[in-house]
Design a binder for this molecule. Structure first.
Ligand code: MLT
Length: 201
């Protein structure tokens, strides 16, 4: 997968896996990752799907209607990519925290829904429920931050509440931060995520 890797100064800090929104690239969240954890290594990935020239992490049939088969395939692909890059760049595979926005948050959510060990935590900015009707793995104590917009036209508040409930049901430790700026990723939301991140272990 097309990506960029920036080595951090503290090998004990989690490696941040940065996952952009539709139409973004591996450059989009580098400043956000650096803001959240200045000492971390950053692995920023470009989604393998192109929708009208816009990179994404999995196919969709329409706005908000996901191609579940492709989502599952791409989730596995990204998990394997993490295994490979951990060897290549020598970061701790068991200490990866995803930071995803919109479509990137949705594939990060899908990683949590499918694998108990893929991520050590996640910051999900404006996520949806990636897929329904599956049993989640045991996510006991896994820290998850959700940034949501009470007036987000793409991720309805009900999606946030359902996602929170599903993750809590699997044992995750979920914090939700609400704002009122639609689907935008705001500075104050990033700052709230940073404060939350610093409070983790
Ligand atoms: C998705 O397709 O993942 C969501 O609708 C968010 C987005 O538009 O990227």
């Amino acid at each position: 997968m097309i990506h960029t890797f920036e080595k951090g100064t503290n090998p004990a800090a989690p490696t941040l896996l940065l996952l952009h929104g539709t139409g973004g690239s591996e450059q989009q969240l580098l400043p956000v990752g650096r803001m959240i954890s200045p000492e971390s290594s950053l692995l920023s990935v470009r989604g393998n799907i192109l929708e009208n020239g816009m990179p994404r992490f999995f196919k969709r049939l329409a706005e908000g209607i996901f191609d579940v088969e492709d989502l599952i395939f791409r989730t596995k692909e990204l998990n394997q990519f993490l295994d490979q890059t951990a060897e290549q760049y020598q970061f701790d595979r068991s200490n990866v925290v995803a930071v995803g926005y919109s479509n990137g948050a949705n594939i990060a959510g899908s990683m949590l829904f499918h694998y108990d060990m893929a991520l050590n935590g996640a910051i999900l900015f404006h996520p949806m429920v990636p897929l329904r009707g599956i049993e989640l793995p045991n996510l006991s104590g896994k820290p998850v931050f959700i940034g949501a917009g009470s007036n987000d036209p793409i991720c309805a508040p009900q999606e946030t509440e359902d996602l929170q409930e599903l993750l809590l049901g699997a044992g995750a430790d979920v914090s939700v931060h609400w704002e009122h700026f639609g689907h935008q990723l705001t500075q104050s939301e990033i700052e709230a995520a940073k404060v939350w991140f610093q409070q983790q272990g």
